[in-house]
Write a protein that binds this ligand. Sequence first.
Ligand code: GDP
Ligand code: MG
Length: 164
Amino acid sequence: SKPIVAIVGRPNVGKSTLFNLLAGDKISIVKDTPGVTRDRIYAEVNWLDKDFTLIDTGGIEPDSQDIILSQMREQAQIAIDTADVILFITDVRQGLVDSDAKVADLLRRSRKPVLLVVNKVDNFNKFLPDVYEFYNLGIGEPIPISAASRLGIGDMLDEVVKHF
Ligand code: GDP
Ligand code: MG
């Protein structure tokens, strides 16, 4: 079967924007239990003659830091359990935050391939210096993208399919 690529990260970093960009109209929603955060959205994606299944693990919108963190842990666990490659999305505008580091710790211990994606780099000249901060997560080289402006997406996908 096809490799599975899971998107994880804090609320509002742009996971769904990236997912929708890559998915086009080939989206299907899989709900386990109403209101439970394990709802997942799948899409079939092709890049450079390679097919993969993309999963957005977004779920409900949490309203407190505790819930955000527990939901991120759950997302990370889904990704660790099911994915061949994990796209860990962060936000250059908000910078590195504590919950990013906590999820990075979980992902690192899984020994699954993790690509550290820094989103909202809408202007590569202006924001690139801020991207280097994300090296401090200790899970590899940050990949700058702008899901909204479609920048860096091809380079990111090149890195994804290298792991298949
Ligand atoms: P999610 O909660 O991680 O799924 O994030 P969303 O995809 O819903 O995006 C959250 C907000 O960030 C929305 O207002 C998006 O329009 C915005 N956003 C997403 N990607 C980008 C980007 O590349 N640049 C900027 N400036 N905003 C973005
Ligand atoms: Mg979302």
